[in-house]
Design a protein around this ligand. Sequence first.
Ligand code: AMP
Length: 176
Amino acid sequence: MSTTAEYLKKLIRTVPDFPSPGILFRDITTLLKDADGLRKGVGVMLAPFAGADLDLIVGIESRGFILAAPMALQRGCGLVLIRKPGKLPAATVRQEYQLEYGSDAVEIHRDAISPGQRVLLVDDVLATGGTMAAAQQLVAGLGGQVEGISFLVELLALKGRQRLGSCRVESAIQYE
Ligand code: AMP
């Protein structure tokens, strides 16, 4: 990892057995509260896509929103939300997925993405990849083109990127 990645990694707190026994929870709130860490984290997540043509940044509930919003502002893109079921007020499409702990579903507004729009997907942590694979399907289902996926943290042991196909997947910080 780069010096910046090592610096960012030191700002992340690891909480054992949360939210259930055996899970090592990578808590990004300690990075978010550090002004320099937040700025650098967003910068590292955007850097690999500096040359990409992007129309939209799509963030995943809820910690993905926190990172996606400043990324959209920095890139001059619109922001689209993928949310847990029942949260979005207008007509939605839904995709079920398996989580590292449990199962869930995600939804997007039917009119959130127009066919052909170029999208960067964003979340805080890549674990099993189930959430992001579902998000990819939602975007593709609306005709959006996924230009890449950016995570702050990747949990390498869970091999989540294998579920994300040939799409360009980047992470700022990795854990074995
Ligand atoms: P997954 O679908 O398994 O890739 O899980 C990704 C989602 O679950 C992300 O939105 C993370 O916020 C959260 N998550 C899963 N595992 C962890 C973990 N060990 N530490 C922090 N967040 C996690």
